[in-house]
Design a protein around this ligand. Structure first.
Ligand code: DO4
Ligand code: MG
Length: 297
């Protein structure tokens, strides 16, 4: 079973339930309201709704799996590869080793729902950045009660030149128009026996050819998923739930930089493939978003 958000009509978005990619039911609700339910209640609700009646929908109507007041957060330096890459790019490398080894993880705010790109929507590199990368990440879907209820694919697109210049520029390196993509579907947590055994792949296409490819396992994560959630919810409330990107382990080697016109494909076993075209700068991003249907409204 997987969950998708899709447009049922010009005025209604619903949460669809799929089996092997085929729609088997839907709930006429917004996703953030379902994230108010406890995991067991959500499971019952989804199983009841998966009755096999199929409403028509097309891939073009699939929206980013986030709405309402659900927030996107991200964890950083949770894999050794990320620590090493940050140490290379930074003039203050020690902070990355310290946070990698510390009890408290690095957590940062990434996006509100309206900022998130869905499947086949543009993502962006900043026009004022010279070194940019996609960051493929396992994203946890967490309900209002702090339970992990699902997993989706996340892309924490980032500027390495801006973060490398000064770590206090992190919010500008990480949060800007087109910096976050999620989707296309959510796999319920109860469908995945061991998230640490998942393999993640990324390919970047340029001019019709693969210009970068790599793979890793969530098993290389230096922290436990529950521990990241515990820190996120420790002194905060998320009535509409939260999506937490859990950090990257796939960092293209220097001097690779993402360019406008590239396409990024991120696949996680049992979850799916998130595919986005890269544009450079805010104006191109806005044009790209307005050319397609709004994917999260
Ligand atoms: O410290 C910067 C952020 C690191 C990050 O986003 C990651 O490791 O994925
Ligand atoms: Mg990241």
């Amino acid at each position: 079973m997987q969950l998708i958000r899709y447009r049922l009509s010009s005025t209604q978005t619903v949460v669809g339930i799929t089996e092997d990619g085929k729609l088997v039911g839907y709930i006429p609700a917004e996703l953030h309201t379902l994230l108010g339910l406890r995991s067991e209640e959500l499971r019952t609700r989804l199983e009841q709704a998966a009755q096999g009646q199929v409403a028509a929908f097309s891939a073009a109507e699939v929206l980013a799996p986030i709405d309402g007041d659900t927030e996107v957060w991200a964890a950083g330096v949770t894999y050794k590869r990320s620590m090493d890459a940050r140490r290379e790019e930074s003039e203050t490398p020690d902070i990355y080793s310290k946070v990698y080894a510390a009890d408290r993880p690095e957590l940062f705010f990434k996006a509100v729902a309206r900022r998130v790109s869905g499947q086949e929507q543009p993502i962006a590199v900043r026009a004022d950045s010279t070194w940019d990368v996609p960051e493929p990440e396992l994203a946890l879907v967490i309900n209002a009660h702090g339970e992990i209820v699902g997993y989706t694919v996340g892309n924490d697109v980032s500027s390495r030149s801006i973060e490398g210049e000064n770590p206090l520029y992190l919010p500008q390196a990480k949060v800007y128009a087109g910096s976050c993509a999620l989707g296309p579907a959510i796999t319920p947590a109860w469908e995945i026996t061991d998230p640490y055994s998942l393999t993640m792949y990324m390919t970047i296409e340029r001019n019709g050819e693969t210009c970068w490819t790599g793979q890793t396992s969530v098993g290389n994560l230096h922290r436990r998923l529950d521990e990241l959630v515990e820190y996120l919810y420790r002194e905060d409330d998320f009535p509409g739930g939260a999506i937490l990107c859990t950090g990257t382990a796939l960092v293209p080697e220097h001097p690779f930089t993402l360019e406008g016109g590239d396409t990024v494909n991120i696949t996680i076993d049992q979850i799916g493939t998130l595919r986005n075209l890269v544009v450079r700068g805010k104006a191109a991003y806005k044009t790209g978003r307005s050319n397609g249907a709004e994917k999260n409204e």
